[in-house]
Structure formats: C-alpha cells, structure tokens
Write a protein that binds this ligand. Structure first.
Ligand code: SAM
Length: 342
C-alpha cells in the first residue's frame, strides 16, 4: 500500500484527521479491552505471545478500523486521545489527571493566544492541555527545576504533538529565578503552579502577572492549600482565593445494570484560583487572619521566620512518592531523550 503524504503545518487538526500515516501513534484495543500503543513504522510489527500484527495493515486505513494479527486476534485501531496519552506515557513526577487538567483550563480561563507561565513541568501532562488551549499562536513558558524531569516532559510533549510545539518554551531552573529574568512586569496572562511549595513563588508570580490575570495552583494536601491561601491573603496583591476539588465517578453501563462503578479515583488534588489586583489597590473584601499556630506568622499576620519549620515541607513529609533515579533514567530512555551526560 502506498504511504499517504505527510501533512504540513504545525500542530493543527490536520494531524488528527484522515487515514493513519507512518510515524503516527495508534492505540490498539483487543476484545478484552486491553490497550497497547504502537508507532507505525515501515516494515514494523506489533508482537504478542499470540502472533503479530503488521503495521502496513494500518497505514492508509481509516481510524476505527478493525485489523487481525497472524493468529486471527482482532484489534480496534484508533488515534490515542490526549487523555489516553497522558495516562500511558512514561512518567518522572506524578501527572495532573485529565479531570483536573480540564478544570485548570476552564477555571483559569486559558484562552487561544494567552501567554501562560507554568511550573513545575514534571512529566508534561498539564503542559499538553495548556498548549492545546493556547493554540499555535499562544505562548506557554514551562519552568522545571529538575533537568531529568524536563527531558522526560520534552519527550512526552513532542511525542504527542509530533515534534516541537511552536507555542512552547521549556526552561530548566527555579521559577523564582526564571520568572523575573524571562518576563517583564505584567507580561503574563495566566500562571499555573503544580509544585510542593507554591507560596514560595508568590512574589515572583505577582511580579509578572498582568492585573486581572489568573493564578491557579494545584496542590495535593490541605496543608499546602491552607498555606498557599494564607500567604496570598497576606501578600495583599491578589483577590480572595477560591478553592475546590473535583471527583469523577464512572458509570457501569450494561443492560439493566446501570449504576456507578465500584471503584473510583478518590483523591488527586485541590485547585485554588486567585486574580492579580492592580498595583496599589486593596480588594474590598474581608481578610481573615490565619488560624493561630497554623504556621509561623509575625504579629501582623505575615509569614514569619520559621525557625527550621520549612524542613517539614518535604515530599516525604507531604506523603509524595518520589521516583527512583533508575525509574527516571528508564522513563527518559523510553521517550527517546539522551542521558544527561551525553
Ligand atoms: C507534581 S510535578 C508536576 C506535574 C505536572 N504538572 C504534570 O502534569 O506532569 C511537580 C514538579 O514541580 C517541580 N518544582 C517544584 N518546585 C519548583 C520550582 N520552584 N520551580 C520549578 N519547578 C519546581 C518539581 O521538580 C516537580 O517536577
């Protein structure tokens, strides 16, 4: 079968339409609902213990095709959706799940053409939703302090979009250093934080976020949520923070047995939004002081000298599981990124 010509242009819809082409990822589902993702190559084959499937059966075929391997095993072939890619891609850090990524895009009002600053990048899951929302004409600047996580994110993002995304810049460094060096005052429309200690970056964020601009923070624990909210209030340059969580419960749909599924993801994280006030303005809203003893504060309610308390705010202290160095090296190899010392 002749290979259809590769489409041109950056990341648009043309890449997600039409027949399967060489170099594309295809998600195969077998009769038991098991998923496998393959990348179509010339002369390639997908091997299992029950025969193999030749890639050329798929090249030039429409999405939704059913193909058979050499043993007659049938597979339904579809392009993976962004949510499929996120849940199956190699990970360094934990990813933001699609249900939360959708909330971030909607509630932080990430619009086509927006200039978005994001940190940290982790495995790049949320980055992909942000890039989708700003489009090729927008700008997402993603900052990650770990070089190895940034490399995994680059592999995942470029693997999904089929190459470098025209709206994406990735910097390795700490947000507090990178933000003021890369952006002028009020140059950023939206800031998205997914990190252990977002409160450490409030000053850097306030320096670059435009008046009216939205800051959204994703945190895993109530303690992080509380400290972020209290420090935003104390800072005074933001509106009253709002916080929520979302729970998604899948449904079992079979004949008369239509009911919620027995299992669900019970907890992912909390989201908090706030907006940058214009300089010199005080919001006409009641400010509550942080509860006494919630964390160290000076007598006027500002974050105080913590006398070593910051040592409590570690990944271990917050119950986050960090991947081993070996796991990170393997994920890096899996997305085709060279080792750090190469
Ligand atoms: C949970 S992960 C982010 C996951 C990501 N949102 C995703 O969906 O794949 C948190 C990341 O923030 C990074 N990080 C923490 N503090 C940072 C800072 N101040 N500046 C830049 N990156 C930071 C960590 O190295 C880690 O990779």
């Amino acid at each position: 079968m002749t290979t259809p010509p590769a489409p041109s242009g950056p990341t648009g819809a043309h890449l997600r339409r039409g027949v399967f082409r060489l170099g594309e990822r295809v998600q195969l589902t077998d009769a038991r609902g098991r998923l496998s993702t393959i990348t179509l190559t010339e002369d390639g084959a997908f091997h299992t213990h029950r025969g193999y499937l030749r890639h050329d059966l798929l090249v030039g075929a429409p999405e939704g095709t059913v193909v058979q391997n050499t043993s007659g095993v049938e597979y339904l072939a579809l392009r993976p959706l962004l949510a499929d890619h996120v849940l199956s891609m190699p990970r360094g850090a934990a990813v933001v799940y699609p249900k939360d990524a959708g909330q971030v895009v909607a509630m932080a009002d990430i619009y086509p053409g927006a200039r978005v600053l994001e940190a940290g990048v982790g495995s790049g899951a949320l980055t992909m939703s942000l890039l989708r929302a700003v489009g090729d004409e927008g700008a997402v600047h993603s900052v990650e302090r770990r070089e190895d996580f940034a490399a995994i994110a680059r592999g995942n993002v470029e693997g999904f979009f089929g190459g470098p995304h025209p709206a994406w810049t990735l910097s390795v460094g700490d947000l507090a250093d990178v933000a003021p060096a890369a952006h002028g005052r009020g140059e950023v429309d939206r800031v998205v934080l997914d990190m252990l200690a977002p409160w450490e970056n409030i000053d850097a964020v306030a320096g670059v976020l435009a008046p009216g601009g939205v800051l959204i923070a994703y945190v895993a624990t109530t303690t992080q949520l509380s400290r972020t909210a209290e420090d935003l209030r104390s800072d005074g340059r933001f509106t009253e923070p709002e916080a929520w969580e979302s729970m998604v419960r899948g449904w079992h749909l079979e004949g008369l047995a239509v009911r919620p599924q027995h299992r669900m993801v019970g907890h992912t994280g909390f989201l908090l939004t706030t907006r940058r006030l214009a300089d010199g303005v005080e919001a006409p809203l009641r400010k509550r002081r942080p509860a006494k003893g919630s964390y160290p504060v000076t007598p006027d309610g500002r974050p105080g000298d913590d006398g070593g308390e910051d040592e409590l705010w570690t990944a271990e202290g917050l119950g986050e599981r960090l991947p081993s160095d070996k796991h990170v090296r393997r994920a890096r190899r899996a997305v085709g990124q060279p080792p750090a010392d190469a």
